[in-house]
Design a protein around this ligand. Structure first.
Ligand code: DC
Length: 229
């Protein structure tokens, strides 16, 4: 069973996906981390996203090991290593953050990541979060959600996250970067961010993560009961 949770950055996907995975005992997969990991590796190796041929050449020899492990009492969540190295907190660094959309727009990067995401379905039931999970990666799952929130709410959330990580973050700067990233994610030719026709849309602007997770869980349970009967 796969629960797909898509939406733009700071729509609340990650926290909600984790809560849902924990409640159901499913594995949690953050597919954004895969694109970030590819961007991190390419930047480290001096490969420019503008040189798609060089990116594709590097991908040919790149090894990504995927495992699941739990932190504290949380769900089992995806851990990745690239050519044996753990990117750790670098995945969330401003450098990776600025570069990732351009790498994620390269069709071969997407094919490479999507193949690995689909393979994970053999490891157990999944809650998968991203931008194209319901539209491209697992289009046949009946459990699809699209989370969104007003732009100013998303910018405030992202700025608060940064500040709690010890960074200075002006909401106006965060909003500008986020708008640009969203524009790239929505306008790329392959697998742009869009709402699957059969997705349940949830506006999280006025809800906390627990409230959204409860809505998702209720929807999943009633859908499951309907398909089982
Ligand atoms: O969710 P995130 O902010 O960690 O995503 C990082 C980048 O990867 C963002 O630019 C969107 C892209 N992405 C994507 O294109 N497809 C996905 N399934 C997940 C993320």
């Amino acid at each position: 069973m796969v629960i797909a949770i898509d939406g733009p950055s700071a729509s609340g996907k990650s926290t909600v996906a984790r809560l849902v995975a924990e409640a159901l005992g499913f594995l949690h997969v953050d597919t954004g981390a895969m694109y970030r990991a590819v961007a991190w590796k390419m930047l480290g190796d001096g490969v420019d996203s503008a040189d798609a041929a060089a990116v594709v050449r590097r991908l040919d020899t790149l090894r990504m090991d995927l495992d699941f492990s739990a932190e504290n009492d949380g769900p089992r969540t995806l851990r990745l290593r690239l050519d044996g190295a753990d990117p750790g907190g670098d995945l969330r660094s401003p450098r990776v953050e600025r570069a990732v959309s351009a790498f994620a727009a390269i069709p071969e990067v997407r094919t490479w990541c999507v193949a690995r995401q689909r393979e994970l379905a053999s490891r157990g039931d999944l809650v998968v979060e991203g931008r194209d999970i319901g539209t491209v990666v697992f289009p046949d799952t009946p459990y699809k959600f699209f989370l969104d929130a007003r732009p100013e709410v998303r910018a405030r959330r992202r700025a608060a996250e940064r500040e709690s990580a010890g960074e200075l973050a002006a909401v106006a700067h965060v909003a500008r970067d986020m708008t640009e990233r969203d524009r790239l994610d929505r306008s790329r030719t392959v697998a742009p961010l869009r709402v699957a026709e059969d997705a349940c849309r949830l506006d999280t602007s006025n809800l906390d993560a627990r409230g959204v997770a409860d809505l998702v869980l209720r929807h999943v349970r009633s859908r499951h009961a309907a398909t089982a009967s």
